[in-house]
Design a protein around this ligand. Structure first.
Ligand code: URA
Length: 226
C-alpha cells in the first residue's frame, strides 16, 4: 500500500473506533484513542489502554507514561512521530483498572486491522496486556527485552515482537526504568533482524527464535528508522 492509501485506511479505522459501542468502555469514555504515528513506519508500539489524559485528548501516551516513552525513544535516537503508537483497548478503563478479557476481545479487530495496514517489521509491546496478545504464555519479568516471531493471526505478518515493561511500571520502580532503557537499546537490532528475516522470506508459521536478539554494540543507538 502506498502512503496515502495507508493513511486513508488508518483514518477509516480511527473513525470506526471513535464511534465504537462494542463494549462497556464506550459508556465511560470521553474520547476513544485510536492511535497515531507514521503510516510508513516499520515499528509499532502497543500499550494497554488510554489513561486520564489520553481519554481527554483522544491521543495515546500523552501523559507521564508517554513522556517516559518519548525519553526511551530519544535514547535510541527515535522520535514518537517515527513510529506508530496504539493500545490493546482504545477506550479508557474506568479508574485506570485493568482491561477485562471481553473488552480486549471486542477491541482486538481494530488492532488487527491497524497492523494489517501498517505491516510492521517489529511490534514493541508495552506491559503485560499487550505482551499477552503477541507473546502468549510468557511472564514479563522473564520476557522483557526478548524477541519472538508474531503469529500472523494478530495482523502483523512476518514480524517480530519485542517485549518491554509498561512505562507506568518504570515510573513507579527505578530498577524497571533502568531495565527499560537497557531493553529499548535492543530495538534497532531487532528491526535489523526482522528486515533480514522478511527479506529472506521466512515461513509465516511462528517458531521460537533460538536466541533473543541481544542488546549488543551492533545495535547502533543513533540508527534512524529508514
Ligand atoms: N498507558 C497506556 O497503556 N496507553 C496509553 O495510551 C497511555 C497510558
Amino acid at each position: 500500500m502506498i502512503d496515502v492509501e495507508r493513511q486513508r485506511a488508518l483514518e477509516a479505522i480511527a473513525t470506526e473506533v471513535r464511534a465504537c459501542t462494542n463494549c462497556r468502555l464506550h459508556e465511560t469514555r470521553t474520547k476513544a484513542v485510536p492511535g497515531e504515528g507514521d503510516p510508513e513506519t516499520e515499528v509499532v508500539f502497543v500499550g494497554e489502554g488510554p489513561g486520564f489524559n489520553e481519554d481527554r485528548e483522544g491521543r495515546p501516551f500523552i501523559g507521564r507514561a508517554g513522556d517516559l516513552l518519548v525519553k526511551l525513544l530519544a535514547s535510541i535516537g527515535w522520535r514518537r512521530d517515527d513510529v506508530f503508537i496504539t493500545n490493546v483497548v482504545k477506550c479508557r478503563p474506568p479508574e485506570n483498572r485493568d482491561p477485562q478479557p471481553d473488552e480486549i476481545a471486542a477491541c482486538a479487530p481494530f488492532l488487527r486491522r491497524q497492523l494489517e495496514v501498517l505491516d510492521p517489521a517489529v511490534v514493541v509491546t508495552l506491559g503485560r496486556y499487550s505482551m499477552a496478545t503477541f507473546m502468549p504464555g510468557v511472564r514479563i519479568s522473564q520476557a522483557h527485552g526478548t524477541v519472538r516471531p508474531i503469529d500472523p493471526a494478530t495482523g502483523a505478518n512476518l514480524a517480530l515482537a519485542f517485549a518491554m515493561y509498561h512505562p507506568a511500571a518504570a515510573l513507579r520502580t527505578p530498577a524497571i526504568e533502568r531495565e527499560s532503557y537497557a531493553d529499548i537499546a535492543a530495538v534497532p537490532a531487532t528491526l535489523l533482524a526482522s528486515r533480514e528475516r522478511r527479506g529472506a522470506g521466512a515461513s509465516t508459521i511462528p517458531e521460537p527464535l533460538e536466541e533473543p536478539v541481544p542488546s549488543t554494540d551492533d545495535a547502533t543507538p543513533e540508527m534512524t528508522l529508514f
